[in-house]
Design a binder for this molecule. Structure first.
Ligand code: APR
Length: 311
């Protein structure tokens, strides 16, 4: 059986780490594609990782390219092409630049990898994944945005840190747009099946929720230039693996809703089943009135950014 082909469009901070993790997990051969000016950089990263392989003994091949034709017949395409935030910027501030970039990338993915499962990561996520879908014309099950996987991991991380219990046993759902209006569903949070509300006080939980909503911004401030990259790369890998291994993982993802949660025609964070069919199903949680209202507010925010794309 030949290996799967994983194409990473954008070989910057996230793309480089993502290439390393995909190779370490032997998910497939990895090609990292960037703009022609950055071809040396991505060729360098690929060659560098190739030379790390003997230590752990993984056999995935890596290459770098400045040419979109190297997307050819990729099984999975993960897109981080674009600019990241600097301190003081919102994700929405990136829209004009990243919209131009995604339009060009979408044309090329359509041309060279028309059967791929595409994971969009560039921000503002919910609008950029929408733009990819519009420009490429890909079916909705083969286009998804990576945001919820990371927001969920952040929620799990802070719960584990606050309770002092294993992150492995923490489970929860985060819905909505990728930004401060996201909706961590507190009543779904459990540690080893025990409701979080039985372990922490409401005040402690509220503090965690606020930190989750601002987690990306906390990192932007700490880094001083650029945004999170280790955790997004790990989150993308989880989605790639779910697809390639047909795992039917339930991962909060920016999926195209057509009636689910009363949302029509937008990508937004919802619990999605990811397997060989891509986004195979969206799970509908019965929401309380308060949760519904919060989802309504985050949807308004997503709609406003999508409207700015003019698509
Ligand atoms: N085609 C391919 N690659 C591109 C293009 C393009 N048209 N335009 C820019 N790039 C590349 C850049 O050359 C750079 O190598 O995208 C890469 C982006 O890398 P970084 O600047 O290091 O950004 P990163 O931290 O990886 O984040 C990428 O993900 O989380 C989001 O907000 C973040 O939008 C940002 C994206």
């Amino acid at each position: 059986m030949s290996r799967k082909k994983i194409a990473l469009v954008g070989g910057g901070q996230i793309g480089g780490i993502l290439a390393l993790i995909c190779a370490q997990k032997e998910l497939g051969d990895v090609v990292v594609i960037d703009i022609p000016e950055a071809e040396g950089m991505v060729k360098g990263k690929a060659l560098d990782i190739m030379q790390a392989r003997p230590h752990d003994g993984y056999d995935s091949d890596l290459s770098g390219s400045g040419d979109f034709s190297d997307l050819k017949d990729a099984d999975v395409v993960a897109i981080t092409a674009g600019v990241p935030r600097k301190p003081g910027m919102t994700r929405e501030d990136l829209l004009a630049t990243n919209l131009n970039i995604i339009s060009n990338v979408a044309e090329n993915v359509k041309k060279f990898a028309p059967e791929a499962f595409v994971i969009v990561v560039s921000n503002p996520l919910d609008a950029i994944v929408y733009a990819f879908h519009k420009v490429s014309g890909f079916p909705k099950n083969r286009v998804v945005g990576m945001a919820g996987a990371l927001d969920n991991a952040r929620f799990r991380t802070f719960i584990a840190m606050e309770t002092g219990m294993s992150v492995q046993d923490v489970s929860c759902i985060v819905m909505g747009g990728h930004g401060p209006t996201m909706v961590p569903l507190i009543r779904t949070a459990t540690v080893g099946g025990v409701p979080l509300t039985d372990i922490l006080s409401r005040k402690e939980i509220d503090a965690i929720v606020t930190r989750v909503q601002e987690a990306g911004t906390e990192l932007v401030k700490l880094y001083g230039k650029g945004s999170a990259f280790f955790s997004p790369a790990a989150a993308i890998t989880e989605m790639i693996e779910a697809y390639l291994k047909d795992k039917k993982r339930v991962i909060p993802s920016a999926a195209f809703c057509e009636g689910e949660y009363g949302i029509d025609g937008y990508f937004i964070g919802v619990p999605a089943v990811i397997g060989a069919g891509g986004v195979e199903r969206i799970l509908e949680v019965e929401l309380t009135e308060q949760e519904s209202n919060l989802l309504g507010s985050t949807l308004e925010k997503v709609k406003a950014t999508v409207a700015e794309t003019g698509l």
